[in-house]
Design a protein around this ligand. Sequence first.
Ligand code: ZN
Length: 243
Amino acid sequence: MSIRVTVWNEYRHEQTHKAVAALYPQGIHEAIAAGLRASADFNVRTATLDEPEHGLTEAVLSTTDVLIWWGHLAHHEVRDEVVDRVVQRVWQGMGLVVLHSGHFSKPFKRLMGTDCALRWREASDKERVWVVSPGHPIAQGLPDYFEIDQEEMYGEFFSVPQPDELVLISWFTGGEVFRSGCCWQRGLGKVFYFRPGHETYPTYHHPLVQRVIANAVRWAAPTVVGSFTRDVTRPSAPLEPMG
Ligand code: ZN
């Protein structure tokens, strides 16, 4: 059975910034989707902000195993009822892979419960991504480290809860470091944050970036799909005599 993946992108930079459109003529979402479509493991579709219900209808989300999220300019335009729907689905078992500036997206902030702030610099730093959990499924097939020639810098402190598992740490030319591959469990769902992917660089064409995303989708795919919210709120009868 292939994993049903929905790649969500706000899709605004590509329509307003020529340099971004040159790198991603069909949009960042299509570049990410193309990387995944190279494998028969995935059944991939895309959704964007300006579609009705941002392309994330009940029907789409209920048939999505893993949702990938890229947003930057328009986090505030994502309607709260759609955010509620995404968060509910994660609690019920859907995987969520949040990319780069998605750290400030409404679903990620809601699931983390913190402001998800960090320090940044747009100065074409080199990024060296180190694997710090080589046995983790998301690190499979990766070398000890890989480099992205030019990227925006994100630096610590990254204001998120301590990750359940830390897979990747990035170093930048300017000397900063950042926890760039972080795993959390939320309800029955798995959440992975992956740092690289500033829109003015060709990061999503990098084969090892594509590999991390594909590995993350396999890792985040639900092992259990249930009704987490309903299950934890139901009344519970005692299993032993209560005297
Ligand atoms: Zn950026």
